[in-house]
Design a protein around this ligand. Structure first.
Ligand code: IPD
Ligand code: CA
Ligand code: CA
Length: 272
């Protein structure tokens, strides 16, 4: 018998980490630039320290976190937590309110539970494999399902801050309805919720911790997550970076989108 409920502990941990982030939100942050040229703040570290401490207190599983040293011992373990203590650090710094805590649990390289929490709206997204996915606000869980839009020109796309190249690609495939939202995990959850039809990045800076929890939430809502060539994504890998882009979509749009993206993907990755 398992002593603690994994989903409940993951939810509690994400909520408390979210409160820690809010304590730092709007204060003067200590911001550093990491080797990959992305910012990290004392808020990222404070949330991370709490998550590591709390998950370790309850479970013997190793933790892959964006803000912890990866000793790779996890590679030999069946179950591994995959954590982004603050997804959307730039939005956190710019105070847009669009940032999340993401906690996934992986078993044999696939997510089996996922929790994404946005502290500024207290929106909680969660899923358990084969148990459906839910969005809970003010204690009311709502079961999630993706949209059915199949046409790229009709679809609503949730996007990151785009460079001109990606904007050009979106124009080229006729993906004209676009809305910018922060946090990759949150964007994927918003596709799961049916607020948008799809999200894709041809060349992303995403890593396992960005799409682990949210990817399961999307799959359990009937959506699909893959790289932009249509390959499914694996977790607890040696290389944690998503090196071939990311697409998160409702099922009806997915194949049409892949087909339209295919020539662009081939151009972008022709040198590989
Ligand atoms: C980033 C955010 C951003 C996405 C990037 C991610 P971070 O994560 O989710 O929205 O466009 O690809 O790396 O660095 O804020 O945890
Ligand atoms: Ca992230
Ligand atoms: Ca992060």
């Amino acid at each position: 018998m398992q002593k603690y409920d994994e989903l409940q502990i993951a939810i509690d941990t994400a909520r408390k980490a979210g409160s820690i982030l809010l304590q730092h939100y709007g204060t003067e942050l200590d911001i550093k630039t990491k080797e990959n040229n992305t910012p990290v703040s004392n808020a990222d570290h404070a949330a991370n320290d709490f998550i590591i401490k709390n998950l370790t207190a309850h479970f013997p599983y190793p933790i892959l976190s964006e803000e912890s040293v990866d000793d790779k011992k996890r590679l030999h373990m069946e179950k591994v937590w995959v954590v982004d203590p603050l997804d959307g650090t730039k939005d956190f710094i710019e105070k847009t309110g669009e940032f999340t805590v993401a906690i996934g649990l992986v078993e044999n390289n696939q997510p089996i539970l996922g929790v994404v929490y946005r502290p500024t709206t207290q929106e909680l997204f969660y899923a358990k494999k084969e148990g459906g996915s839910f969005r809970e606000v003010e204690g009311k869980p709502q079961k999630l399902s993706v949209t059915t839009t199949g046409s790229v020109s009709d679809a609503k796309f949730v996007i990151s801050k785009l460079d001109s190249k990606h904007t050009g690609y979106m124009d080229r495939i006729g993906a004209v309805n676009r809305m910018r939202v922060g946090s990759a995990a949150y964007k994927i959850c918003k596709v799961a919720q049916g607020e948008y039809d799809a999200y894709f990045v041809i060349k992303s800076r995403m890593s396992e911790w960005d799409d682990c929890a949210a990817g399961l939430i999307l799959a359990e809502a009937g959506g699909v997550l893959s790289d932009i060539f249509g390959n499914s994504l694996l977790y607890n890998q040696d290389n944690t970076s998503r090196t071939r882009g990311t697409i998160a979509s409702n099922k009806n749009l997915y194949t049409n989108l892949l087909q339209k993206i295919d020539p662009i993907a081939k151009e972008e990755y022709s040198s590989l």
